[in-house]
Design a protein around this ligand. Structure first.
Ligand code: FES
Length: 149
């Protein structure tokens, strides 16, 4: 069950060292870090909001936008990069009409690029809701991501 911010904060001491665990808790409960909550996190931890944003943007695990119903992670590690990961990303964006923010307007899909997914021999790779897709070609994109029009 989803926890509210006050419940999340109440399980921490409110020290500066709680900042990352608090951000992790918020993200694991809500799927992202709502910007409107950062002020309360700042008051609770006494860490300035600007510093919170600095920390949250430093770690790629944190995101300030909600994920789509289906989340795509495209590997841009070395093997996948060499095998055309950038073309796969462009192809997915084109096929899904996905803006640069990485979430389709209907909230159906979101996408991010990630480091090695651990299946380099099957590059280029991606996951869709944690299901691995390997040896992806531009032709596969239409089959993998069917759109209801
Ligand atoms: S580099 Fe893509 S799976 Fe390893």
């Amino acid at each position: 069950m989803e926890k509210g911010l006050s419940e999340i904060l109440s399980s921490h001491q409110g020290t500066k060292s709680d900042l990352i665990p608090i951000l992790q808790d918020i993200q694991s409960n809500l799927g992202y870090l709502p910007e409107e909550m950062m002020k309360d996190v700042s008051l609770f931890t006494r860490v300035p909001e600007s510093e919170i944003y600095g920390v949250a943007t430093f770690y790629s695990q944190f995101r300030f936008t909600p994920r789509g119903k289906n989340h795509i992670m495209v590997c841009t590690g070395t093997a996948c990069h060499v095998k055309g990961a950038d073309n796969i990303i462009d192809g997915i964006k084109r096929h899904l009409d996905m803006p640069d923010e990485g979430v389709t307007p209907d909230g159906e899909y979101s996408m991010e690029s990630v480091g090695c997914l651990g299946c380099c021999a099957l590059a280029p790779c991606a996951t869709v809701n944690d299901n691995i897709k390997s040896n992806i070609t531009l032709k596969d994109i239409k089959k993998i991501f069917r759109r209801r029009k």
